[in-house]
Design a protein around this ligand. Structure first.
Ligand SMILES: C[S@@+](CC[C@H](N)C(=O)[O-])C[C@H]1O[C@@H](n2cnc3c(N)ncnc32)[C@H](O)[C@@H]1O
Length: 247
């Protein structure tokens, strides 16, 4: 996602850092991170966070980790989430204004745990997730409109490269799902092929026209998805489920 360099990105991140997790939090099995223990879901490449905001409201019985590698983008996702959850807004003079009127400028707001809701943001590259969470930590993994990396020699960066798929297999519990959406036909073909070759996954849903499919009603439209479908570009999607291990 291209974005003009945000001013005071670090400063803004600091104000809402209570909504973020560090890699150390993740290796420590997320102890004390959420107000309530719930099954976990993971989104990789959350962008400005529309999908995670809507999903976490629609399915409140889960906790969510939203991963994004670009700092200026994830800070926007966290701010939009905070605003959506009634936790204040950006102050016109800079800083974050909490609902009681206090402005946090370059300092952390210790948001009470019960107000933080069920989403935490993690600013890192998906390639760094390996080893951060325990095996089977997640019920679901989502990757929406990830970069297609069409240039020769860059396929290993695709979030559906076999190396990433093996990582999702490890992160998912048995029966957990990986859902992938893209506008890019070449990336979709590559991804389907990769997931079919991964023996631990079964594809349970596959379409090249999500908005015309039986899942159109339950689909949460992301920022990129809205843009593509407004241009008449069909949306590709699959869901793959981690098979139970044979005993
Ligand atoms: C094209 S945008 C899509 C954003 C959002 N998911 C949507 O559907 O509107 C892809 C996002 O994934 C992020 N991203 C791409 N590769 C990533 C990686 N390896 N790890 C973490 N984030 C990544 C990019 O920085 C960008 O914000």
């Amino acid at each position: 996602m291209r974005m003009r360099k945000k001013r005071r990105g670090e400063e803004r991140l600091r104000a809402l850092s209570a909504l973020f997790v560090t890699k150390e939090d993740c290796t420590a099995a997320m102890k004390g991170i959420f107000g309530e223990d719930r099954p976990l879901r993971l989104e990789i490449g959350c962008g400005k966070g529309e999908f995670i905001r809507k999903l976490s409201r629609r399915d409140p019985d889960y906790n969510y980790i939203a991963v994004e590698r670009v700092g200026d983008v994830i800070v926007t996702a966290a701010e939009k989430y905070a605003e959506d959850r009634g936790l204040g807004q950006l102050d016109c003079h800079g800083g974050w204004r909490s609902p009681d009127g206090t402005v946090y400028k370059n300092e952390r707001w210790e948001i009470p745990l019960d107000l933080r809701g069920n989403v935490r943001f993690l600013n890192c590259d998906a390639a760094e997730l390996d080893g951060l969470f325990c095996d089977g930590a997640f019920d679901a993994v989502y990757a929406n409109f990830s970069d297609p990396w069409t240039k020769n020699g860059y396929t290993a960066r695709r979030l559906t490269h076999p190396d990433f798929l093996r990582q999702y297999v490890r992160l998912l519990r048995e029966g957990g799902s990986f859902t992938f959406k893209t506008d890019n036909t070449e990336l979709f073909d590559f991804s389907l092929e990769a997931v079919r070759c991964e023996p631990c996954f079964d594809i349970v849903f596959e379409t090249r026209d999500l908005h015309g499919s039986e899942r159109a009603g339950s689909n949460i439209v992301t920022e990129y998805e809205r843009n593509f479908s407004s241009q008449g570009i069909p949306i590709n999607c699959f869901e793959a489920v981690k098979k139970a291990e044979k005993k």
